[in-house]
Structures are given as structure tokens and as C-alpha cells.
Write a protein that binds this ligand. Structure first.
Ligand code: FMN
Length: 323
């Protein structure tokens, strides 16, 4: 029996590595796609020439399908992303959004990619968005739960997947948020997922081009080390607690929201880069999801795909009958 995600996206294993700004760069994306998964460039905030350069770099590593990310929110960044994707033509446009999807706007953009022969993977945070994405013609839906790395959302991965599965939208569903083990993946298959997406777990791989200190911070962290910073900006994200995160939390607790917002935005500038590129675990923002407590090593990417899927498949062959 074939796998619907693999057939739709032309990949061998139903595993997507999530878009991660300034983290899922070509070395990780190429490694994931070469191993048979779908690698996604974290291109949502990149200038066009960097996106195109990153696509070239991935193509030097593999001729297999890969994806590029954009945010479907009206902004100059969206136009940059659309034009880079239409010109660079990755196999897949991986589309996230910080706001609820509007049908006409969504369809107009999906149509542009489809006309160029590019598949659309829609990452959604709410059932309502899944319904709009499916109606607008998305090829695959990723249901990203609250616990997943990156922007903090609202609905848990378990509830969101169940909602979208029960809605019978007729397109493959990829579960995301808090996944790091084959046993979780097997459970998600039973719950109706056709594939999985992981973000944080792919940061802790040999090929991910972030600073080794950042990977080690993920391995060292436990579940309660993950905190949500940036509530005052309206776009909070998960990060591993450290002096920077504690200072941000204190500012947000002590100051009126509008005052805190400016300070947090100032502190956030360059802090992702300080952690990811320069390895500053104290003053840098080490973004990662709640799943850190399940990540204990830094293996090659292929282990998080091929070995992972072999174990996932083995687990599904076991007898889990209740009586
Ligand atoms: C460091 C980091 C940066 C991220 N940046 C983006 C981004 O730019 N665009 C996006 O769509 N999602 C982004 N995400 C979310 C991931 O693509 C993915 O959905 C999420 O990490 C899955 O949850 P997990 O980390 O629990 O596996 C980011 C996640 C992390 C950890």
C-alpha cells in the first residue's frame, strides 16, 4: 500500500523537515531530501537573491524534491517569497501564515504555484484554516500544534490532528508539533496522519548548519526549560530558557504591554543569529519546541528519516489490540 504523502510529493519517506528561519538552510534541506524526506528551506524572511542561492546550493546536493517557505500574510516579504519561488521553482511551496487564511487571497496564491507546476503544502494551526486551504486546492496539509517549535499557536497537536482528520478533507495530512520518536509517529498513524513533520529534532542533527552550542543546548534541555517569549508583540515564540529569555519574561511581566513590546523587539533583533550562528547560549535566543526533552543525541539526518521510518513501520506491525 502506498503512502499518500510520498505519492503526492514524490518522496520516499513521509517525513518533512519544517521550515526554520536561518536554520533550515541548504546543508540541512539537501541532506533531508537526499535521504528521501522533504527538506524545507527556512526562506520566509530571506531576501530573494539568498533564497535563489540556497535553492542552487540544495540542487548541488540532490536532484530530489525540496520545498521553500513563505508566509501567506499581506506584506512585502510575501511578494519577495512568491517571486523567488516562481523563479527558483522548488518542487513544493511550503506555506505558513500568522493570521487566519482568507479564501480568495489563499486561492489566488495557490493557483500561481500550481500554474507553475509547484505543489502546495499548507501548514495550518486551526481547523478553520485547514478547511480554507483544502478548498483553495492545497496538495498536503500540515497540522502544527501548540507545542511545536517556532511561533506559539493555540491548539494542541493532538486535538488539531483529530479535528482535521474528522473533517475528511480528502488530502494527505502531516502531523506536526512535539514529535521526535517513531513510537509517537506510529500513534499518529493510528490517529489518521499520513506523515509527520519535525523541526526541533532536525536542528539536533549533524548536517544542520547551526552552531554546535545550539545543538547541545537542545540535547541538554528538559521539557520545562521551554518558555514562550514575545507575548507582547503578538507573535510569541518558544525558546530554551537562558538569561536573555528570563530578562524578556521579566520585562513582559513588569511593564505595560505597549512598553514591553518595543523593548522585546529590540532585544530580539539579532538574538536568533547570536545563538544559531555564533553559539551564544546565554544572550542568544535558542528557538526550540517543547519536544527537547525527547532529544538526546545529534545523529546524521538519515537516522531521523530512514532509521526512524523503519522503526515506525516495525511498530505498526505489532499487535496493539486491546482485548
Ligand atoms: C528555530 C525554529 C525556527 C522556525 N522558523 C519557522 C519559519 O520560519 N517558518 C515556518 O513556517 N515555521 C517555522 N518553524 C516551525 C517549524 O517549521 C515546524 O513547524 C516546527 O518546528 C514543528 O514542531 P517541532 O519543533 O516540535 O518538531 C520554526 C521552528 C523552529 C524550531
Amino acid at each position: 500500500m502506498g503512502n499518500k504523502v510520498c505519492e503526492t510529493l514524490g518522496i520516499e519517506y513521509p517525513v518533512i523537515s519544517g521550515a526554520m528561519a536561518w536554520t533550515s538552510m541548504a546543508p540541512l534541506v539537501g541532506a533531508v531530501s537526499a535521504a528521501g524526506g522533504l527538506g524545507t528551506l527556512g526562506s520566509g524572511f530571506m531576501p530573494k537573491e539568498i533564497i535563489l542561492g540556497q535553492m542552487d546550493a540544495v540542487r548541488k546536493m540532490t536532484d530530489k524534491p525540496f520545498a521553500a517557505n513563505l508566509f501567506l500574510d499581506p506584506s512585502p516579504m510575501l511578494e519577495v517569497g512568491v517571486s523567488a519561488i516562481l523563479e527558483g521553482k522548488p518542487a513544493v511551496a511550503y506555506i505558513d501564515s500568522l493570521n487566519l487564511l482568507q479564501y480568495d487571497f489563499t486561492k489566488e496564491h495557490y493557483d500561481k504555484f500550481h500554474e507553475a507546476g509547484i505543489k502546495v503544502v499548507a501548514k495550518i494551526n486551526y481547523l478553520e484554516d485547514a478547511i480554507v486551504a483544502a478548498k483553495a486546492g492545497a496538495d498536503v496539509i500540515i497540522t502544527k500544534g501548540f507545542e511545536g517549535g517556532g511561533h506559539v499557536t493555540k491548539v494542541s497537536a493532538r486535538v488539531l490532528l483529530a479535528e482535521v482528520v474528522e473533517a475528511n478533507l480528502g488530502i494527505p495530512i502531516v502531523a506536526s508539533g512535539g514529535i521526535a520518536t517513531p513510537r509517537q509517529a506510529a500513534g499518529l498513524t493510528v490517529q489518521g496522519a499520513d506523515g509527520i513533520e519535525m523541526g526541533t529534532a532536525f536542528m539536533a542533527t549533524q548536517e544542520c548548519p547551526i552552531h554546535p552550542n545550539c545543538k547541545q543546548a537542545i540535547v541538554d534541555a528538559i521539557d520545562r526549560d521551554i518558555v514562550a517569549c514575545g507575548q507582547s508583540t503578538g507573535e510569541p515564540s518558544w525558546q530554551i530558557t537562558n538569561p536573555l529569555a528570563q530578562e524578556m519574561l521579566k520585562i513582559e511581566a513588569d511593564l505595560p504591554w505597549d512598553e514591553a513590546k518595543g523593548k522585546i523587539q529590540e532585544m530580539s533583533m539579532g538574538s536568533l543569529r547570536a545563538a544559531a550562528m555564533e553559539g551564544d547560549r546565554e544572550k542568544g535566543a535558542v528557538l526550540a519546541g517543547q519536544v527537547v526533552g525527547l532529544i538526546h543525541d545529534i545523529p546524521p539526518v538519515a537516522d531521523r528519516i530512514v532509521k526512524f521510518c523503519n522503526e515506525w513501520e516495525e511498530l505498526l506491525k505489532k499487535d496493539y489490540s486491546l482485548f
